[in-house]
Design a protein around this ligand. Sequence first.
Ligand SMILES: Cc1cc2nc3c(=O)[nH]c(=O)nc-3n(C[C@H](O)[C@H](O)[C@H](O)COP(=O)(O)OP(=O)(O)OC[C@H]3O[C@@H](n4cnc5c(N)ncnc54)[C@H](O)[C@@H]3O)c2cc1C
Length: 471
Amino acid sequence: MDEQKKYSTTSEGSDAQNHNGPATAQGPKKMNRRQALKYIGAGSGLVLLAGGTGFYGYRRSLRISSAEADRIKNVRFVIAGGSIGGITVAARLLRAVPEADVTIIEPRTRHHYQPGYTLVAAGVYDRSDVLFDQESLFLPGMKWVRDSVEAFEPEKNRVRTHSGDHIEYDYLVVGLGVETNPGSIEGFSEAIASDHAGSIYDLENAAKYRHLARSFQSGEAVFTYPAGFVKCGGAPQKITWLSEDLWRSEGTRENINVHFHTNRPSLFPVVPKVDAAITPLIEARGVHNHYRQTLRAIDVSTRTAIFEEQMADGSSRELRRKYDLLHPVPGFRTPGPLRDGPLTAPGMGGQMEVDRETLLHKRFDNVFGVGDCAATGAPKTAATIRKQAPAVADNLIDLALDRRPSHLYDGTSGCPLLTRYGRCMMFEFDFNGELVNEWIYQSTKETRIWWDFKVHGLKQLYRHVMMNGYV
Ligand SMILES: Cc1cc2nc3c(=O)[nH]c(=O)nc-3n(C[C@H](O)[C@H](O)[C@H](O)COP(=O)(O)OP(=O)(O)OC[C@H]3O[C@@H](n4cnc5c(N)ncnc54)[C@H](O)[C@@H]3O)c2cc1C
């Protein structure tokens, strides 16, 4: 059969090929201008329809009657912590009840867009890309108390601030986040101050790491993942893989051994499908993954990282690895007023004790938690807050109107897993680690489009959509 005959026979023989238009010996027929316009029109229509439906749903979700809004306008809502959790709840509340009495207690004058730290360390963002003037985040109607909470006094419906004031509330929302705990690793502070270690978990060190990685030519590069709850559980892996890719593109990779030591049993155990997809890709790049190993101490004088490895029989043993470049991630803890105060409970590691669906405190029925500080079992990410904040705002309104909380957080979170420069696996998942909307994200594929979205889109979503209450 000659080539011409072969192509014309198959093109007639199957519906799929007919659907794509007839093929020729010159290859598949190109789309003409009319067809292209038709597809663009259909695509734009779908986007508009999805956007319109989303916005209609959003408007409906905000709708309360003017009589109800009137009943709420003198209720005192106090929000402790003015970051993505606190501001998004406040903004959403004010979208529903523009006259609501909303006070935010936040000590910082500069807001940090923490999801951008990884990109600062990777040399994609500058420091200025992740800093916002705190004042610019407040919508009309938000009262800013520039102070910090010293103690929660829920029996008295008030908080005591650092400057000694008492702020009373009818409803309290706590969004204090979590902080790194340098004391969780012996020698951490000394190591991080040396010329051989940097970490993405604060802005100064993210910028420092960028220079260390770029000038690193050869030797042992050691990355770690801690025990306990972790802020953005994907971030320690992302910086490992981006660094590996950087050295590959700079031609130094063959002189560098890349080690990733993690406390966990695999690379991304919270989402088994992603774990199964990512592990062979990373192994093929020659990264040495070491599981169930926790960094306990760093000996700076000999540049040695000291790990505790959990063995299958329940015992543990000590392991040592020399490093030339170290990216240590310490453990995390909640801020003092939470971990030492009445809003936590034994066994929660200082996190706030809330119902994971309503986000209402389990013992104080006018106190909510949002974001990283709340013990929901969900990942500690801004993506989680995108789903939690509307639930908190709606449930605040419900309680203020003597109704039961009606908006349940369903456990959905998301992660842009940057696998290398220009590539990202984007996925959403639920409390059970099952992928959500897999077909939209193509969740287990590394794609360029989601890299671009992470770099250019997510910051806008965070700053202009979430923080303005359009969620
Ligand atoms: C390196 C890194 C990478 C990340 N990558 C991603 C990502 O790719 N995607 C993603 O979705 N998320 C990511 N995150 C996680 C995300 O930044 C956090 O989940 C999010 O910032 C949590 O918001 P929050 O409002 O709960 O707490 P935070 O943003 O931590 O804010 C807590 C606020 O409380 C204030 N505060 C603290 N103590 C007090 C006090 N006593 N009184 C009053 N106020 C107080 C603080 O000043 C701060 O403003 C990343 C984080 C890091 C560090």
